[in-house]
Design a protein around this ligand. Sequence first.
Ligand SMILES: Nc1ncnc2c1ncn2[C@@H]1O[C@H](COP(=O)(O)OP(=O)(O)OP(=O)(O)O)[C@@H](O)[C@H]1O
Ligand SMILES: [Mg+2]
Length: 390
Amino acid sequence: MASYLDRIGAGLVIRDPTPLEYEFMPNELKGRDTELSRLATLFSGIHRPGVSRQALLTGPVGSGKTVTARTFGRDLERHLAPTRPLKVARVNCRSHPTMPQVLQRIITSIDARHPERGFGSGEILQSLRRQLIGAGLHLLVILDEVDHLVIRDGADLIYQLLRIDEEHEATGSISLIMISVEPILERLEPSIISRLGRSNALSLSSYSVDELEAIIDQRAHLSLSPASFDQSLVRLVAEAAGESGDARVAIELLGDAAKKAEDDGRRELRSSDVQHLAVQRPTGFDPAVIDELSQHCRLILLSLSRRLKREPEISTGEVENLYHIVCEEFGILPCGHTTVWKHLNHLRKMGVIEGRHGTTGKGRGRTQHFSMPTLIPSDVVRRLERQYSK
Ligand SMILES: Nc1ncnc2c1ncn2[C@@H]1O[C@H](COP(=O)(O)OP(=O)(O)OP(=O)(O)O)[C@@H](O)[C@H]1O
Ligand SMILES: [Mg+2]
């Protein structure tokens, strides 16, 4: 048998690829407790018959809109099971941007055999309503990426969904959560906004590096072998995706770095796996700016980068020690502590390195740790050494 195929299922690093996949839903969301609570507040009273609620969720790409709405739907379904059976119908309006397509998705979530053609939207909605009442079900419709539907076909369907119970005795058939990347309120007519309620809008912000770290930590523990990574690597991935604030970018980076390690036949991820992938991303930092730095700033960067070729991070004290050695190597008088600190800050502000506060490892002292998530330390070393050998 061909031995190269031994790699299939070898799982040197990846124990379970599922948590790295696009549609995977973790049991617990990281750092979205406030937003979930807010959704719960917007849906207060939903356990009572006749009640329906609406919410609009906006936020930048990868801020967790879809996963937050899905988690809320899943939890609400479980929570209401004993009192008011609820079903969730999620439609991605990017893949189904027209009104008939969206309607068809909604109705088939209740009635899988519903014929595809031959009915107007009003008829379909009333038949949906009758079926819901007949089955004693409440339906939560999640219109994801709803801006695609609004741009393509206007807001007619939203309007109809919001007033589905109008002129009927029994109310509360459908609740609605709409999701969009940009604020779409201004695209909607005043009649819809007033029905929806401006106060029902909830906006998610991009993730900070700390929040991305918690998300990556969760995925790494779910999918990778425990011996293949440590906390500093998790941090490095979060920092590399920090500029985007996008959880998807961070998870992809983790998955790609793990695959790279496996492709190389290794059992552990290295910081260089993350850095090589991060520089290929469009947001990658342009290494040419290094040439413009002042002499001591470059020497500090050189000492840092030499260590970061092997380790994911380095502490301030270690930078200073290595900087003194580098100055000796080039016969240059080193700057004092405060100036070194100033240069490190400058490099951090420029985005060449990232800093995080941590403990010294000795006693309870606090220090900064630096890493280089979006540049390849060995490239930086080569670039700087070339300048000094000229
Ligand atoms: N708080 C979180 N905890 C755990 N995983 C998360 C969290 N936020 C996002 N993710 C994961 O990150 C990825 C992107 O999240 P999601 O798809 O929800 O973002 P989005 O805001 O809907 O992005 P888009 O605008 O592209 O639709 C998903 O795989 C999701 O499971
Ligand atoms: Mg989404």
